[in-house]
Structure formats: structure tokens, C-alpha cells
Design a protein around this ligand. Structure first.
Ligand SMILES: [Fe+2]
Ligand SMILES: [Fe+2]
Length: 385
């Protein structure tokens, strides 16, 4: 899972900043996609709809579970790390080589990589979130229901991501691991608020989007690692991105099934999550120093092209095409048709809004506060946001 972007997060109103009318106009557009804490709606899935998930158990067993890989076929973090079982001097040599490779990477790159790693490390939160969903939760902790098997096995695959990135970062010596570790502890303690209301229709729309967002983000960190000459780190990020893509296929397939079985509710759920905006899983991130840490991290990710507004719009567009939403007719109520039209038009609206925003910012030279902040993760060094 992964973080969002500057546009989505950096322009949230700060009551301490005086906003000129001109700036206010700019911010209005931006706030439309700002992360938010949702109303405390719970258990919005009507009880009878739990049956939909019961009826899909056979499908989940046959079609969903095979999208996860057997442990024996999976890569493990040690495949990409210096081999600590080797004699000390050989191990040291491999660590030295890793440090030489990472020397070409900038501090700002490390800020994004740390943010990505921290996001992965809050995995307990994500497993908890999926287990809040009615009809698919793991009722015992070791349930044999295919939904529960999926969630545990998915978690087990995901667990390798933060583990690998964390060890790589530790060995690089480029980041303040203690601050990184504190941020992880804070984040897991804070949880997340995706607005999914214990409702698996909403929950699986969220995970479909989110897994693709992470695939995009890790794919882009891989590209930048290639440019900077660290081909092993590029492979690391590429391997993680490939896992995320496989997971996205699975979650998107669940929504496909729901669209087939219960078209109107599924369409309304997609629109509901898009209206709420997909809140990024690490949106409650903090390090005890920078109260706007998530915004600043997202801003650097946007500036480096690792995860941008354009990516967000592209993901919505991809899902619209994948789920063939434009062609949905049968089974839609009036509200369902309006939901369909809203979602299908969303990518274009977002792009237009972003263009307008950038145009205005260019013309007015608008700047939202400081253009450089100190990140504790890189020993308090200043990074442009
Ligand atoms: Fe993921
Ligand atoms: Fe992941």
C-alpha cells in the first residue's frame, strides 16, 4: 500500500496561514481531493448482502486464491540483501557494495523510499482494516473460509515488502533509522480511516485502487533507481511492484464479480469511494517532529514524479475501463446511472482541475508556505517540497 500526492494533500487548509482571496480560490480546487477523516459510519452493508459473499466462496477458492503464490515460489528479502551467513569480510564487502550503489541516490529519493517503506510497515493496520469487513472477515484468526485464507496469505506476501525495504535502508546508512522506526510505531498506533464502513463493497474498491497506486509508486522508484545506477534496488522495487499488480488483479476481480451479481450496489460503492477520495493508508503518519509529515512526504513524491495527481486520475481511468463501467446499463437504478456517469467523468475532471491549478500557480507565483522542510528521516536535512 502506498502514499498519495502533493496536490491531494499539501493544500489542506492550515488555519494558521492567512489566505488571500486569490490563494483561497486555488485552494478550493485542491481541497476537493484532500484527504479527510470520514464520518463514523459503520456496518453499512445490509445483512442480506452477506449472502453475496457466501455465494462467491466457490469462486474465491477457484479463481482468487490461485492469484497468490505458494511460499516456495516466492522471493524473500534475503535474496536481494548482503548474505549475513557468509564470512564477515565477504559480508562486509557486500554491504560496502550496497553503500556504493546507494551513494548515487539523492536525499529526496530516500525521503520517498522511507515513506514507501513506512507505509508498507503499517501492514497490521491493513490486515485489521480488511478484517473489519462484514461477510469476509477472518472470524477465528485461522478460519478456512477462502476470504480469510486470502487475507492472511495476502498479508504474508505483503509482509516481505516492508521487511526488504527496511533492511535495505538500514544497510545503506543514508537514513536515520531510529526516526524511521519511530514513525512506523506512531503510524501503526494511529491506524487509518479509509471510510469503508465495514462494507466489503467499499473495502474492495479501496484495495483495488490502493494496490494499483502502490504498483505505480514502486514502479517509479525502480525507474529512478535505474537512473541513479542502483540496479539491485531497482529490482527490489520492481519485484514489489509486481506483487502489488498481482494483488490488484485479485481485488479488481472481486469488484468485477460484484458488478455482475449486484450491479447497482457495486456501482454505487465505486462512486461512494471516489467521492470520498481514496485516502492513502499512511495519511495519519507522524514522526513526533513535523506535524505535516504526510503532506511533505507526499509533496516530495509528487515532485519526483513517483506518485502524482496524474497517476491518481490514470488509476481511476484504468478501473473505469477494466470494469467496463461506461457500458453498464442493465441493473442500474437512476442513482446507479448517475453514479456511473460521475465515475466515468472523474479522470477528465481531475486532469482539467489540475491543469487549471497549475496554470494559476504559474501565473500568480503562488507558493503554499515553505518550499523546503527538514525531514528527520534524513538527519534533519532540508528537502524541497
Ligand atoms: Fe499492496
Ligand atoms: Fe506492499
Amino acid at each position: 500500500m502506498q502514499a498519495c500526492n502533493t496536490f491531494i494533500s499539501r493544500h489542506v487548509a492550515n488555519p494558521m496561514v492567512r489566505i488571500t482571496p486569490q490563494k483561497r480560490q486555488l485552494r478550493v480546487a485542491a481541497v476537493l481531493v484532500a484527504p479527510q477523516i470520514h464520518r463514523n459510519v459503520t456496518h453499512s452493508l445490509p445483512p442480506e448482502k452477506v449472502e453475496v459473499f457466501k455465494s462467491l466462496e466457490g469462486w474465491a477458492k477457484e479463481s482468487l486464491l490461485p492469484l497468490l503464490k505458494p511460499v516456495e515460489d516466492c522471493w524473500q528479502p534475503t535474496d536481494f540483501l548482503p548474505d549475513s551467513s557468509k564470512p564477515t569480510d565477504e559480508f562486509e564487502e557486500e554491504v560496502r557494495a550496497l553503500r556504493e550503489r546507494t551513494a548515487g541516490l539523492s536525499d529526496e529519493y530516500f525521503v520517498v523510499l522511507v515513506g514507501d517503506m513506512i507505509t508498507e510497515e503499517a501492514l497490521p493496520t491493513y490486515q485489521t482494516m480488511i478484517n473489519t469487513l462484514d461477510g469476509v472477515r477472518d472470524e477465528t484468526g485461522a478460519s478456512s473460509s477462502p476470504w480469510a485464507v486470502w487475507t492472511r496469505t495476502w498479508t504474508a506476501e505483503e509482509n516481505r515488502h516492508g521487511d526488504l525495504l527496511g533492511k535495505y535502508l538500514y544497510l545503506s546508512g543514508r537514513v536515520d533509522m531510529r526516526m524511521v522506526e519511530k514513525t512506523v510505531q506512531y503510524l501503526i498506533g494511529s491506524g487509518m480511516d479509509p471510510g469503508t464502513e465495514n462494507n466489503p463493497y467499499l473495502g474492495f474498491v479501496y484495495t483495488s485502487f490502493q494496490e494499483r497506486a502502490t504498483a505505480v509508486s514502486h514502479g517509479n522508484t525502480a525507474k529512478l533507481a535505474v537512473e541513479a545506477g542502483d540496479l539491485i534496488l531497482a529490482r527490489v522495487c520492481g519485484k514489489i511492484a509486481a506483487d502489488e499488480k498481482r494483488h490488484e488483479r485479485a481485488y479488481a476481480a472481486i469488484i468485477e464479480q460484484l458488478l455482475y451479481l449486484d450491479t447497482d450496489s457495486a456501482m454505487l460503492a465505486i462512486a461512494d469511494m471516489m467521492r470520498k477520495k481514496i485516502t492513502m493508508p499512511a495519511h495519519l503518519m507522524q514522526d513526533g517532529k513535523d506535524p505535516k509529515l504526510f503532506e511533505h512526504y507526499s509533496s516530495v513524491a509528487q515532485r519526483l514524479g513517483i506518485y502524482t495527481v496524474k497517476d491518481y486520475a490514470d488509476i481511476v481511468e484504468h478501473l473505469v475501463k477494466l470494469w467496463r463501467l461506461e457500458h453498464l446499463q442493465d441493473g442500474l437504478s437512476g442513482e446507479g446511472r448517475r453514479a456511473r456517469d460521475y465515475v466515468c467523468g472523474l479522470p477528465e475532471r481531475m486532469r482539467r482541475m489540475q491543469e487549471k491549478f497549475e496554470d494559476r500557480a504559474r501565473k500568480t507565483g503562488d507558493s503554499d508556505g515553505p518550499n523546503a522542510v527538514r525531514f528527520s528521516w534524513v538527519f534533519g536535512r532540508e528537502i524541497k517540497v
